[in-house]
Design a binder for this molecule. Structure first.
Ligand code: NAI
Ligand code: AKG
Length: 424
C-alpha cells in the first residue's frame, strides 16, 4: 500500500495528535478493523492526583501528578516518570502510548504507561523532591506493582527518585519489592548498564542507520540536543566510535566546536557544575535553536518533544536524525523530512534501549540474580540491532518511512496479541 501523508493537524503542536496521526497511517496500512483500532487508541486507565507537600519554608504546595496506562495487552504496563513544569495529561497520554509501541518494537513483554508531575525539580531541594516522590508513590499504590505497572526514570528523575519510590512502596507492602520499579541504584537491585542503556541504544541505532547510508562513523559529524542521561551518553558513545560531536546543548544553551567537543571532559564539567553546561569554555555558545540546523551528518534530539517542527524543518541539514527523546519531531514535520530524503530513526525504536535494560533489571529482580555488564550489553545490543533490521525491512516492504514502519511493526504485534486474547 502507498504511504499516506499525515492529515493536517491544528496550529499548535500536540504530542498526542502527533502520535495519533502516525497511528492512523499505520492502522490504514495494516487494514486494522474498527474494533481493534478503537481499543488500541484508547488508554486503559488515566489517573490524576493532587499531591500536597510541605516545602522547606513551611508552606504547603499542591502538585498535580499523572499516571496513564495506555495498554497492558502485551504484559504489565511499563514507563518512566517525568518531573517537568510542562507535564500535562495530553503529553503523558502520548508518552504512555509511545511506551506501548516501543515495547512491541523491541519485542519485550510489556504494555505501555507513563507518569509525570508538573513541577520544576531544578528549583526544589532534595528534601522537597523526596516528599513529592513519596506522596506520588503513595497515591499510586493501587496502580503500581511488579505485575501491574512498573515505573522507571524519565526526564527530571533518576536512580535517586526510583529508590524513594521502591522504599515507599515496600513499606506499604511490608516486604522489600525491588521489582516494582527499574532504574534503581545498583545496591537496591538496579541493573548494570541501565544508566547507559538508552544512550547505548541510540548509538547502536545510529551506527545501524549509518551503515545503510554508507556514512563512515570516523568521518561523520553530529550534533546532540540535551545533555542529560540520554544526550550525554549518546554523545559519549558515538564520540568513542569516532564520530565528531560538533555541538551539544542543554537548558542553558548550545555549545559549538568545529573541531569536535571532548565529551568526557564536557560530562565532567557538567557533573562539577550543578548538572549543567552553563559557562562551558571549550566551545562557542550559539543560539540554542541553531544546534538543530547545523551542517552535520547526524542529529540526535535528546531533550523533549516538538523541537523539529514546521518552524525549522526546512533548515535541517543532517542526513540522519536519531531520536533519543520521545516525540522530538512533530507529525507535520514528518512530510518535509521525507521529502528531503532524511532518514529519521524514530523514538519508539532509537530510544528503546532504556526500557530493554529495564526489562533485564526486572527479570534479574524476579530471579534474585545479577547479570554481568557484558551479558546486559550483548543482549541489549542484539535486541536493538534486530529491531532496527525488522523496522528497516518493513520500511522497504511497504515503501514507507522508518517511523511509519516502526508503528506498523508495533501495532501489528499488539493487535494480533489482542485478537488472540479475544478481547476483555
Ligand atoms: N532516561 C531514559 O532512560 C529515557 C529517556 N527518554 C527520553 O529522552 C529525553 C531526555 O530524557 P533524559 O535524558 O532522561 O532527561 P534528563 O532530565 O536526564 O535530561 C534532559 C536534558 O535536556 C535538557 N533540556 C531540557 N530542555 C531543553 C531545551 N529546551 N533545549 C535543550 N536542552 C534541553 C536538560 O538541560 C537536560 O540536559 C526525554 O524525551 C525522555 O522521555 C527516552 C527513553 C528512555
Ligand atoms: O525504562 C523504562 O521502563 C521506561 C523508560 C522510558 O520512560 C522511555 O523509554 O520513554
Amino acid at each position: 500500500m502507498a504511504y499516506i501523508e499525515p492529515a493536517p493537524i491544528k496550529d499548535k503542536e500536540n504530542p498526542l495528535e502527533s502520535m495519533m496521526s502516525r497511528f492512523d497511517i499505520a492502522a490504514q496500512i495494516l487494514g486494522l478493523d474498527d474494533a481493534t483500532y478503537n481499543v488500541l487508541k484508547s488508554p486503559t486507565k488515566q489517573v490524576i492526583v493532587s499531591l500536597p507537600i510541605t516545602m522547606d519554608d513551611g508552606r504547603k504546595r499542591v502538585f498535580e501528578g499523572y499516571r496513564v496506562i495506555h495498554s497492558n495487552i502485551l504484559g504489565p504496563a511499563k514507563g518512566g516518570i517525568r518531573f517537568d513544569p510542562d507535564v500535562n495529561l495530553d503529553e503523558v497520554k502520548a508518552l504512555a502510548a509511545w511506551m506501548t509501541w516501543k515495547c512491541a518494537v523491541v519485542d519485550i513483554p510489556y504494555g505501555g504507561a507513563k507518569g509525570g508531575i508538573c513541577c520544576n525539580p531544578r528549583a526544589m531541594s532534595a528534601g522537597e523532591i523526596e516528599r513529592l516522590m513519596r506522596a506520588y508513590t503513595s497515591a499510586m499504590m493501587g496502580i503500581f506493582g511488579p505485575d501491574r505497572d512498573i515505573p522507571a526514570p524519565d526526564m527530571g528523575t533518576g536512580p535517586r527518585e526510583m529508590a524513594w519510590l521502591m522504599d515507599e512502596y515496600s513499606k506499604a507492602q511490608g516486604i522489600t519489592v525491588n521489582a516494582v520499579v527499574t532504574g534503581k541504584p545498583l545496591v537496591l537491585g538496579g541493573s548494570l548498564g541501565r544508566v547507559e542503556a538508552t544512550g547505548r541504544g541510540v548509538m547502536v541505532s545510529a551506527l545501524s542507520a549509518m551503515e545503510k547510508l554508507k556514512l563512515n562513523p570516523a568521518k561523520a559529524t553530529c550534533a546532540v540536543q540535551g545533555f542529560g542521561n540520554v544526550g550525554s551518553i549518546s554523545a559519549k558513545l558515538l564520540h568513542e566510535r569516532g564520530v565528531r560531536i560538533k555541538a551539544v546543548s542543554d537548558i542553558t544553551g548550545a555549545y559549538y566546536n568545529d573541531n569536535g567537543i571532548d565529551i568526557e571532559e564536557a560530562i565532567a564539567y557538567k557533573e562539577a557544575n550543578n548538572g549543567t553546561l552553563d559557562g562551558y569554555q571549550h566551545a562557542e555558545k550559539i543560539p540554542a535553536d541553531d544546534l538543530l540546523t547545523l551542517s552535520v551528518d547526524v542529529l540526535v534530539p535528546a531533550a523533549k518533544e516538538d523541537v523539529i517542527t514546521m518552524a525549522n524543518v526546512d533548515k535541517i541539514q543532517a542526513r540522519l536524525i536519531v531520536e533519543g527523546a520521545n516525540g522530538p519531531t512533530s507529525a507535520r514535520a514528518d512530510a518535509i523530512i521525507n521529502e528531503k530524503g532524511i532518514m529519521a530513526v524514530p523514538d519508539i525504536l532509537a530510544n528503546a534501549g532504556g526500557v530493554t535494560v529495564s526489562y533485564f533489571e526486572w527479570v534479574q529482580n524476579r530471579l534474585g540474580y545479577k547479570w554481568g555488564l557484558d551479558r546486559v550489553n550483548r543482549r541489549s545490543d542484539r535486541i536493538m540491532r534486530d529491531a532496527f533490521d525488522h523496522v528497516y525491512q518493513t520500511a522497504v516492504k511497504y515503501n514507507i518511512p522508518m517511523r511509519i514502519a516502526a508503528y506498523v511493526v508495533a501495532i501489528d504485534k499488539v493487535a494480533k496479541t489482542y485478537q488472540f486474547r479475544g478481547g476483555y
